[in-house]
Design a protein. Structure first.
Length: 132
């Protein structure tokens, strides 16, 4: 469940639970001034943006794709029809920021987004958007 994996979880907790990532980027600084790494778990269909703190990293953003087993608190997962998202989140949908290709819950910077292709969910992003 994506909602069970949220910020404030350290890299050591995360590695103990999910193992070492398939790939790990070098540190880079975002436009907001945070230093981050991107950890990718290809077999799980998941990518985690880890924000550097004093001695470790914490989860800043989660993106799931492909055949990821993770789901939201409303059981929305990859491959589900877009109508399921609309029915599950209704009034929480940010209609000003949402498009035909993406549904935004909350804000794009802090919230959740669902990417749509051919009427189905192809990726889910949860947390803070980080840009290089």
């Amino acid at each position: 469940n994506c909602s069970q994996i949220s910020g404030a979880l350290s890299d050591s907790w995360f590695s103990a639970r999910y193992g070492e990532p398939t790939s790990k980027s070098s540190d880079f600084e975002t436009t907001s001034g945070s230093t981050v790494q991107v950890w990718e778990y290809i077999d799980m269909g998941a990518e985690y943006t880890m924000i550097k703190s004093k001695n470790d990293y914490t989860i800043g953003m989660i993106k799931v794709y492909n055949k990821s087993p993770f789901s939201t608190e409303h059981d929305i997962k990859i491959g589900i029809p877009v109508n399921n998202v609309i029915n599950a989140y209704g009034e929480k949908i940010n209609n000003e920021k949402s498009t035909e290709m993406r549904i935004i819950i909350g804000t794009q910077e802090k919230g959740m987004s669902f990417t749509i292709s051919q009427g189905k969910i192809i990726s889910i992003t949860l947390g803070y958007a980080q840009s290089k």
